[in-house]
Every structure is written in structure tokens, then in C-alpha cells.
Design a protein around this ligand. Structure first.
Ligand code: PA5
Length: 471
């Protein structure tokens, strides 16, 4: 696995026709650097256990140093470290179940789903167990209250029928930092009942098949203790839900899928180092933040399209949609993120992006090379589709032509387009990308004076829903 860094190229935005001066980023450099310093001060304050001033609360800056902290502990403490224990739990579970149901909502599951889609086989759950590397299938629930979806999952797991073989056995990873989120709690209660039935109400067996990830206190914590769960992982204090992908919240599901969680953390640590050292103009985090900010305040582009190419980054985009929306969508401000999956969405949203309102900044995410042998279109005796003239072209070549053609069309119509480039799609680049986008979000928050942590607006619906249900 190569450890090459991801890169960012704003050349398609820094054009006179977009109204940004060629040195616009340079002019913003001192403000970006001040925001970076503040982000480091936040991390230091958090690490020292100091009290954050009122205007900075909540200060969930714990995500920043988390990769290094976990890696150091792993190197120093070996099998006693959290990373090694997560890996051991994942391996144990993978050895005894053929489906892991991951329960969680928002930041408590979106990172895991992003990892499954980006780094695992595209048809992971459909593969026979051996082709999955003897890892269990992964199903997500607790991220809604959709009766028929939960019923459908119960059909899959046997509705409480006794599991007679490994293929029929399943387990639950339930993730909630607060431990009180109703969607997740309701799904857990329903699924747990069926799991208990399927284990003949053997408490010890159930306790081995349920792994909670939660805060150090709360309803889920108490329930886990009540169930006798031996393995329980923390969402560390000071790491908010949408910033928790590189804690047990994302690492445990990733390890169950068979992904290399050390590489994920190493990628994130490499991004931290890059962010710390590189100047504006060569710093992926600062440059991305600066360009997004400039296009918003100077050109009114407050819709940010994250344009992914190929099928595997959609859930990474949705994870980022949540990160940006919940972090900066406050005080009637904050840009609107939108994930696009091309070429698919060229046939749905493409028209609007090409000719609609000039309120959009496009950031392509491109991937250097695909993992598998490139497939050629090939020759056919039935050339009614007239593809024989393209017979030698491969799917990656077609995708590249679509990307270049779209960029050209956008350039000709003055649609600002930047590029975020991943040399490959693997745990190391994903770790970098997660950390880069989390850092960019908090840098932008500090730049514009919005606290990126906390999500006070989400409380209103929860309060109302509870009042309606219990009233
Ligand atoms: O970013 C956040 O904090 C939220 O999106 C949470 O992750 C989400 O609301 C789930 O919360 P919890 O993990 O407490 O169930």
C-alpha cells in the first residue's frame, strides 16, 4: 500500500473569469494561518484538560490528536492498547458470526458506511464468506425508524430462530455517544430481543455477541453493563459524533470488515503532520478551506459540490455532507454541501450544474488508479451499438474522458472547478481524507467565527418527538 499524500489543485478556480485574483489565496494566508494556530491551540487546551472559555464551548477538539494518541499507545502497549483490543474484538466476532448489524445514526455510523463502500469489495455482502476474507456481512440500522426496513433486516437474521451454524449466527455493534438517541435505542431493543431468542436466552452468549461503543456513562452504557457485555469501547470525551470516525466508532466496524485500521490512523497522522508543516499554497487543508471560503464570500458560491467519480466515494461524500452541515450550518450561515456521484449524476443533476445558478463551487475527487485489472469494451460481431471503434478503450479510460470532458464543459461556461486527488483508494488515503476534511471544517469555523462543535439545532426535533411520544 503506497503512503503517497492526497493533493489539492485549485487551478480551475483561480481563473480571472471567476473573479478571484491569482494570488487570492496568498492574500488570505495570514488569516488562514491564524485559524490554523487557533485549531492547534484548541487541541492543546483540550489535551491539557484546561477549561475552554464560554465562547468556545463545546470544544470537542479531541479528534485532532486522536490518531497519534492511538498509534503511540499501540506501539507502546501492544496487545493492551485500544487499537489491538479493537482488532481482537473484531477478529473474535468475525470468527463467530456471519453478519454484524451496526446500529447508529449520524456520526455514529456514516464513517463506517463510507469505509465499507470505499475500501471493501463493491458486493461485499453478496460474496460467499471465504471471498469476504472470512469476515461477516455488515448491515446498518438504527439510523432511521422505518418499520419495513427493520422487518426486512429481521427476515435476514432469522427473526430469532436458533442459529444452527456460523452462517446463521449474527451479532450487534451498537454505537451511540450519548447513549440516548431514540432511533438507535429502539432498533437495539428490537434486535436484541431477537438475538436473545436466537441464543435461547443464554445471557453469556448474548453478552459475547453484543459490542457497544458509547460514552463513559449514559443509558447505553448502563444497558451494556446490565447485559454483561465484556467488551465495551469508548467514544472518547471531547470527540464529537461527526468527528469520531477514527475512534472505536469507525475503527471497530472497519476492523470487523477486515480493513487495516493502523493504516487508517497512519493516514490521518500523516495529514496532521502535513497540515502542521506546510505553508498556504502547499497545504491541502488550508488551500481547500481558503478556496471554499473565498468563493463563498467573494463570488456567492455557497453550494459546495463534492463531485465523486466512480461509485465508491458516495458515502464518503455523505459523511462529509453531515460534517459540514452540522458543524457550520449555524446562525443562519454555513455553505450547503452536496455529494455528486459521476458519471451517474451527470444524467440527473448535470444540467443544473452546467447551466443553473452560479452559486456552486465544484470539487472533483479523483482517484489515481483503480485496484483491479482495467476492463476493455471489446469487439463484438453485433456492432449495432457501434462500439467496435472503441473496442480497446477501458472503463478507466472512459471515466477519465468523462471527467476531462465535464471539466472542459464547465471551464467553457466559467463554472469553478477544483480537484482533490487521491493516488489510490485504500485505508491510508481514506484516513488522510477524513482527517483533512475534519481539519478543514474546524479551520473554516475558526476563520468565520462559528463554533464547529456541537449541534444545538438538532435538539429541537428530539425534544418535540419525545414530547409527542410521551405526552
Ligand atoms: O455529529 C454528531 O454529534 C451527531 O451527528 C451524532 O453523531 C448523532 O446525532 C448520533 O448521536 P449519538 O452517537 O449520541 O447517538
Amino acid at each position: 500500500m503506497s503512503n503517497e499524500l492526497i493533493s489539492y489543485d485549485p487551478a480551475g478556480v483561480l481563473l480571472p473569469e471567476h473573479g478571484l485574483a491569482p494570488d487570492a489565496l496568498g492574500q488570505l494566508a495570514s488569516k488562514l494561518e491564524a485559524a490554523r494556530t487557533e485549531v492547534f491551540d484548541d487541541a492543546r487546551l483540550f489535551a491539557s484538560g484546561g477549561e475552554a472559555p464560554a465562547e468556545k464551548q463545546p470544544l470537542d477538539a479531541g479528534f485532532h490528536g486522536l490518531p497519534e494518541r492511538l498509534l503511540d499507545e499501540y506501539r507502546e502497549q501492544g496487545s493492551a492498547s485500544e487499537v489491538a483490543r479493537i482488532q481482537a474484538t473484531a477478529d473474535r466476532l468475525a470468527g463467530v458470526v456471519d453478519r454484524a448489524v451496526v446500529l447508529g445514526i449520524g456520526g455514529s455510523y456514516m464513517g463506517a458506511r463510507a469505509l465499507l463502500e470505499a475500501c471493501c469489495h463493491p458486493y461485499f455482502n453478496e460474496l460467499p464468506r471465504a471471498a469476504r476474507g472470512n469476515r461477516p456481512r455488515i448491515s446498518f440500522e438504527g439510523n432511521n425508524v422505518d418499520n419495513d426496513a427493520v422487518q426486512g433486516l429481521l427476515d435476514l437474521v432469522g427473526r430469532g430462530a436458533a442459529a444452527k451454524s456460523l452462517e446463521e449466527r449474527w451479532g450487534i455493534v451498537v454505537i451511540s455517544k450519548s447513549g440516548g438517541t431514540l432511533e438507535t435505542a429502539a432498533a437495539f431493543r428490537i434486535l436484541l430481543r431477537h438475538l436473545q431468542e436466537s441464543c435461547g436466552n443464554d445471557d453469556a452468549q448474548v453478552a459475547n455477541l453484543v459490542v457497544p461503543v458509547t460514552g463513559s456513562s449514559g443509558k447505553l452504557f448502563d444497558l451494556a453493563r446490565g447485559l454483561g457485555c465484556q467488551e465495551l469501547y469508548p467514544v472518547p470525551d471531547g470527540v464529537g459524533g461527526r468527528f469520531s470516525v477514527l475512534s472505536a466508532v469507525g475503527l471497530l466496524p472497519a476492523a470487523i470488515m477486515g480493513l487495516d485500521i493502523v493504516k487508517l490512523l497512519e493516514g490521518a497522522a500523516a495529514m496532521n503532520e502535513h497540515f502542521r508543516q506546510q505553508p498556504v499554497g502547499e497545504n491541502v487543508v488550508l488551500d481547500y478551506t481558503g478556496i471554499c471560503h473565498l468563493m463563498e464570500v467573494e463570488r456567492g458560491c455557497d453550494v459546495r459540490l463534492l463531485s465523486t467519480w466512480g461509485k465508491r466515494l458516495e458515502s464518503v461524500g455523505l459523511w462529509y455532507d453531515q460534517l459540514l452541515s452540522e458543524s457550520l450550518g449555524k446562525q443562519e450561515r454555513g455553505a450547503m454541501p452536496l455529494t455528486v456521484v459521476n458519471t451517474r449524476d451527470l444524467h440527473s443533476r448535470g444540467q443544473q450544474h452546467q447551466e443553473g445558478k452560479r452559486d456552486k463551487l465544484i470539487t472533483n475527487i479523483t482517484i489515481g488508479s483503480c485496484e483491479r485489472e482495467p476492463l476493455a469494451i471489446g469487439v463484438s460481431e453485433q456492432d449495432h451499438d457501434q462500439l467496435n471503434s472503441l473496442a480497446e478503450k477501458t472503463l478507466p479510460e472512459v471515466l477519465r474522458a468523462a471527467t476531462q470532458g465535464t471539466n472542459q464543459a464547465y471551464r467553457e461556461d466559467n463554472r469553478p472547478t477544483a480537484e482533490l486527488h487521491l493516488p489510490q483508494l485504500n485505508e491510508h488515503t481514506l484516513g488522510q481524507l477524513f482527517q483533512m476534511l475534519m481539519l478543514a471544517t474546524v479551520v473554516e469555523g475558526r476563520l468565520i467565527g462559528i463554533n464547529p462543535y456541537g449541534q444545538p439545532g438538532v435538539e429541537a426535533y428530539k425534544k418535540n418527538m419525545n414530547a409527542i411520544l410521551r405526552g
